[in-house]
Design a protein around this ligand. Sequence first.
Ligand code: G1P
Length: 292
Amino acid sequence: MVRKAVIPVAGLGTRVLPASKAIPKEMLPVVDKPAIQLVVEEAIQAGIKEIVLVTRSGKEAIENHFDKHYEIEAELARKGKTTILESVQDILPSDVTLMAIRQPEAKGLGHAVLCAAAAVGNEPFAVLLPDVLVDCDDSETHDLSQMITNFNANNATQVMVEHVADEDISKYGIADCSEGPAAGSSASVNGFIEKPTAEEAPSNLAVVGRYVFPARIMELLKDTPPGAGDEVQLTDAMDTLLKEQQMNVYRMSGQTFDCGNKAGYVEAVLNYALKHPETKEHTRALIKKLSV
Ligand code: G1P
């Protein structure tokens, strides 16, 4: 059973500077929650019980966010502000553990995942890249839950993909699969090409940043030499794994927001503001007013 998730949060956030100069980009607010909280909630909704953050110095605010804050809680309790108090206390359910491991050097996504090896042990696990928010509220399926169900059924690695426009292909890992699956289902994949040009790309199915791996990927990562950008690439270890066993792409049915860039972040804020009971009416009216 998949009970653990690795969330790499050691990135420098250069694409959202200067906002991320003194606070981690994962702490940028999406209405009233930092982006990382939405990613952790997604993992918890999928049944994850142990969350491993792979972090670095200067990003302690992320760990603090999931810890107890006695002063705030005592103050809110004294003033009888129970709704806000609950929103602070309920960030992490009592049956979920969150731990943090340092990635001492920026040696790539594959290296970041490998830093969590001791915490993951000999178990399958999910990886969630925190730049991308996945909103499944309006879809019938919770995508990460479905990927875990598929993994539990056939032990095949699941890689979440979505269809992207030609001009966006070069920003993502692209799946090589003869027939793309329908939304909410999986299909086998021949391989991945990291950030190809639109001409080189074997499909328009981009890796979104949600994976479910068997423990074997950790052993392969240990032997994966630095690749593109002189960094240990997760995609390279996935290619090796694919030579040993079947791998699936899972086509998502929810909506994604790439908060790793400014336009995607603004889109995410608007999306969540249109759903939040305290902001939805105002946001709808504002959009109407600005679009005339
Ligand atoms: C990483 C992965 C890439 C994936 C992307 C999703 O790239 O290497 O395959 O498509 O995340 O956000 P990065 O954005 O870290 O360059």
